[in-house]
Design a protein around this ligand. Structure first.
Ligand SMILES: O=C(O)CCC(=O)C(=O)O
Ligand SMILES: [Fe+2]
Length: 419
């Protein structure tokens, strides 16, 4: 069957110029058809050529070579590995004057572009850093959202021939939707907080310049990200997922303390639109008993009833009840949220994420089939989903590693003589 996901697509290349920069631009998107139909602006990608000249890069790299200590070997917040990154500007404050001077021209070009094309004439640079990916050091940056960035630019400092892999964007979690972006040295990819991306450099050496923008001086000063809420309210599912996370964790980017009701509301809205991360997050919250009573009923109604999933799995639909199209039937069913119905709702959330390729969804659904929680126990289906999760690679993803463990245990059990 043809995939409903378009993943990353770039349109034709157009000549473009802003300020002192002339080059070419292509517009792209990392997302699904449904997403594109509803929301033209989100997950939008801009690929710009030759934002940084060869001389500018050379001067920067020579300076960096002379000062290896500029690279940070402390632990990263994303994956607890050393970052091997060098901070040039942080929260609008210059950390390294010499490096800042080298990157000032490219930052000015990028700022002019963001101001003109991202809808804020007062957009300003908040953070600038340089990352390096070397064989003996870091090779990967896990897939993530730059959750608080109004706009991000990634400028490649290495020739495309110097390494394999590089920067990728992906429409949904999981390796299958990953697409590498071909960047020549000096080229830039611009995206927003709603594009999931990461880095994998299986061989060779790569350096990148990363520039984050805030919407204006005020947001930069406050450390706030009001654009996330605005986008969430406009219906952007990635923004809804990110905002749900802010409310769930609390005290991030001006969004106040932990607020379970708001977290559930936004995660359910994102889940309803097919956001696999939100589906799994919400499912695991419900499964862990963090959400109950009226809030649980509302979450299930919001996340599962309103619209049927565009990505149906084939075959066993254990949750026909929740697919009743009429809102009235839905209301009635919510009143009947028994432990069994709750377990079915959890399994259905996992299923919707699993069919999109989210390894955590595949693992969680496989476990449901093992235990019979929310679905009819079935070792064959459990094995199928665990195999799909495991196939994504244990070194890529912790869910894949756990799925492999579950499979190994299953095989062991099957081999044991019957007593
Ligand atoms: O190094 C890159 O190309 C991307 C880095 C990145 O995504 C980040 O620093 O948030
Ligand atoms: Fe990033």
């Amino acid at each position: 069957a043809p995939s409903p996901l378009l993943f990353q697509q770039f349109g034709s290349t157009q000549p473009s110029s802003i300020g002192d920069w002339t080059g070419s631009e292509s517009l792209g998107i990392a997302g699904s058809e449904a997403h594109i139909a509803g929301l033209g602006g989100s997950r939008r990608l801009h690929l710009l050529t030759q934002l940084m000249s060869a001389e500018e890069r050379r001067a920067l790299l020579v300076d960096l070579d002379g000062r290896q200590a500029a690279f940070d070997t402390a632990l990263d917040t994303v994956d607890a590995q050393a970052t091997f990154m060098c901070r040039v500007v942080e929260g609008g404050e210059t950390m390294d004057g010499a490096l800042a001077a080298h990157v000032a021209p490219v930052c000015a070009r990028l700022q002019a572009f963001v101001q003109e094309r991202f809808g804020s004439a007062s957009a300003c640079v908040s953070d600038v850093l340089i990352r390096r990916y070397l064989p003996t050091e870091r090779r990967r940056l896990e897939a993530h959202f730059d959750v608080s960035s109004f706009a991000t630019a990634i400028v490649s400092l290495s020739a495309a021939s110097a390494y394999e892999g590089g920067l990728y964007v992906q429409a949904v979690p999981g390796v299958p939707s990953r697409r590498y972006v071909q960047l020549e040295a000096g080229d830039a990819l611009l995206h927003r907080f709603d594009t999931m991306h990461g880095v994998h450099v299986p061989s060779g050496e790569r350096l990148s310049l990363v520039v984050w923008f805030s919407e204006d001086e005020r947001a930069l000063r406050e450390g706030s990200a009001p654009w996330v809420q605005r986008e969430a309210e406009a219906g952007n599912p990635e923004a809804q997922f990110v905002l749900g996370g802010f409310h769930y964790r609390g005290d991030e980017f001006g969004y106040g303390p932990h607020d379970l009701t708001r977290a559930v509301r936004w995660l359910a809205a994102a889940a309803r639109q097919g956001n696999a991360l939100a589906q799994v997050h919400l499912g695991s919250m419900v499964q862990a008993g963090e959400v109950g009573g009226e809030l649980l009923a509302r979450a299930v109604r919001e996340a599962l009833y309103r619209a049927p999933s565009p990505l149906r799995s084939s075959g066993d639909d254990s949750l026909a009840l929740y697919r009743a199209p009429e809102e009235e039937a839905a209301e009635a069913a919510v009143k009947l949220l028994t432990p069994t119905a709750t377990a079915e709702a959890v399994a259905e959330l996992y299923r919707r994420a699993a069919v999109q390729g989210h390894p955590s969804g595949q693992l969680a659904l496989g476990r449901c089939y093992l235990s019979g929680e929310g679905v009819q126990r079935c070792n064959r289906r459990a094995t199928e989903w665990l195999e799909r999760a495991a196939a994504q690679g244990a070194d890529e993803n912790v869910a894949a590693a756990w799925a492999a463990d579950e499979l190994a245990a299953l095989t062991r059990d099957a081999d044991e003589p019957v007593k």
